[in-house]
Design a protein around this ligand. Structure first.
Ligand code: PTJ
Length: 227
C-alpha cells in the first residue's frame, strides 16, 4: 500500500523508510494489537468523543494506509480533517485531499493557502496549519508524527493523541495518549470503539484513568519480550 501510495504521489520516499522503522517494532511486538494498545485505543476514542474541536491530521503515509478509516473516524467524532505534511508540496497536499474525498471527506483543511497560521517555535514545514483546524483545535490526532510538532502542540495546551509503533520516539513520549500499534489495525479498531462508546457516561473516566507513561513502559516490555 505504501509503494502504491508512493507511485500515486501520496507518499514521499522518506515515508517508505519510516514505515520500515515502524514494521521492525511491529515484528518484535508480535504483529497484533496488544492489551496495552487496546487500552490506549479506548482512551484515544474517548478523548476524541470528549473533545470540543477535534482535528485529525493526515500525512502521506496515513493517507496511503487508511484513508477510509480517517473519514469514518472524522464522521463518527465530528472531527475536522487537516492535511499536514513534513515534506510539504501543494501537489501532494492536493493528491491527499482527493484521496480522502474519494471516501467521502467533505471539507479537507490545511491545503495550499489555507495553511496560513503558524505553530510557534517550530521550524519545519509542519508549523504551517489551518487557522480553522489544528490552530484552533483542543484535541489533535497526529498518527505517524514527528516529535517536534507533538511537543509544540502540547505546549500550545492541546491534547495530542498519536499512533506510533516506536514507544521510544519523542512523539510517543510527548503525546498524552500514544497507541503503540500498526495504524492499519488501530484505525479500524478506533472507528468501531468510537461508535460503541458514543453517548456512554464513562467517556471522561476512561480518559482520566489512562496513564500514558505506564502504558508505554508496558509496550516496551512486550517488545523486549519479542526480542
Ligand atoms: O507525509 P509527510 O511529508 O508528512 O511525511 C511523513 C513521514 C512519516 C515520512 C514523516 O512524518 C516522518 O519521517 O516521520 P517519522 O519521524 O519517521 O515518524 C513516524 C513514526 O511512525 C516512527 O516512529 C515509526 O516507527 C512510526 N510508524 C511508521 N509506520 C507505522 C508507524 N506507526 C504505526 N503504524 C505504522 N504503519
Amino acid at each position: 500500500m505504501l509503494v502504491d501510495g508512493f507511485r500515486r504521489g501520496l507518499v514521499v520516499p522518506e515515508g517508505l523508510i519510516a514505515h520500515g522503522r515502524g514494521e521492525a517494532y511491529d515484528y518484535l511486538a508480535g504483529e497484533h494489537t496488544t492489551k496495552t494498545a487496546q487500552r490506549a485505543i479506548k482512551a484515544a476514542s474517548a478523548a476524541l468523543l470528549l473533545a470540543k474541536r477535534p482535528v485529525i491530521s493526515v500525512n502521506g503515509n496515513t493517507a496511503a494506509l487508511c484513508p477510509k478509516e480517517v473519514v469514518e473516524l472524522a464522521q463518527a467524532t465530528n472531527a475536522a480533517i487537516e492535511v499536514n505534511l513534513f515534506y510539504r508540496t501543494v501537489e501532494r497536499e492536493m493528491a491527499i485531499k482527493s484521496e480522502l474525498e474519494k471516501y467521502g471527506a467533505k471539507d479537507v483543511l490545511g491545503v495550499g493557502a489555507r495553511a496560513s497560521a503558524r505553530i510557534p517555535e517550530l521550524q519545519s514545514e509542519r508549523r504551517r496549519v489551518d487557522p480553522e483546524g489544528i490552530y484552533k483545535a483542543d484535541t489533535v490526532f497526529v498518527p505517524l508524527e514527528d516529535g517536534d510538532r507533538t511537543e509544540a502542540l502540547v505546549k500550545m495546551g492541546k491534547t495530542v493523541i498519536t499512533i506510533d509503533l516506536n514507544p521510544l520516539s519523542r512523539t510517543a513520549k510527548m503525546a498524552q495518549i500514544t497507541i503503540v500499534d500498526n495504524i492499519i489495525r488501530a484505525m479500524p479498531a478506533m472507528v468501531q470503539l468510537v461508535r460503541s462508546l458514543n453517548g456512554s457516561r464513562s467517556i471522561k473516566k476512561i480518559v482520566d484513568d489512562f496513564d500514558n507513561k505506564k502504558n508505554l513502559k508496558e509496550s516496551l516490555k512486550t517488545i523486549r519480550g519479542g526480542m
